[in-house]
Write a protein that binds this ligand. Sequence first.
Ligand SMILES: C[S@@+](CC[C@H](N)C(=O)[O-])C[C@H]1O[C@@H](n2cnc3c(N)ncnc32)[C@H](O)[C@@H]1O
Length: 259
Amino acid sequence: MTSHQRRVHRQFDPRAAAYLRSEVHARGADLRLAQELIAGALAPGARALDVGCGAGHLTYLLAERFANVAAVDLSGRMLSSVRATARERRLEGVHTHEAAAEALPFEDGAFHLVATRYSAHHWQHWEAALGQMRRVVKAGGHGLFIDSLAPDDALADTHLQAIELLRDPSHVRNRSAAEWQAGLAAAGFEIVRTARWRVRIDFASWIARMRPPARKVAMIRQLESEAPQEVREALELEPDGSFMLPVGLWWARAGHLDP
Ligand SMILES: C[S@@+](CC[C@H](N)C(=O)[O-])C[C@H]1O[C@@H](n2cnc3c(N)ncnc32)[C@H](O)[C@@H]1O
């Protein structure tokens, strides 16, 4: 495990309950769209993979449709929470695996659908992880990718990444829509559908979920209060520190890989 991956582990292990309860993660327009897309991708006995499953909100949605769902995360406690919730909901096909997105412990072409939601901005080796997701999905299978996005404006992007890193030292970066487009194509996915929207981040609950030290919260508030007008507008900053986070979804088909 790399030093960054140990940091992800430290950050997320104590927060499984908070992520299970989180409104941003448990609900959202993206889950409704995901449900619709997944329904069109079913095959008898199909297997699905959720990378960076966290408290498992996408895993449960997949498990309602797929007989077998592999939930992967670096955090053992997130995975225990997923097992407990899957048992409660009688979702018997959920299996958990403690592993990194960059080194998926599955055979080539093992899945009909590979998915990830709100995890990729923590991946140290994003291109390698996308390559792994492509390796483990069958040619002609599907990929679903959902994550926070870098704003198009460079100044707003720098402010957002700085704020995210202060709140959560396991943040690597929100990629731009152009980076996702290029990264997925380079990994061997053909994009079928994309969607972009904004999620309101309520400052108090966003901070309570990760519990950064008070001095970091003060630094975030200072960065926000000193932000130029263009940044305030781009992030729709509110007086209490709440803001609008850009989010993107990509629905893709796995192309054939060169031998
Ligand atoms: C915000 S949570 C994910 C939310 C979840 N997918 C959902 O839909 O509610 C991010 C998760 O990504 C996991 N993670 C971060 N980097 C990872 C990596 N390189 N490999 C596997 N999991 C990773 C973290 O441990 C954490 O549980």
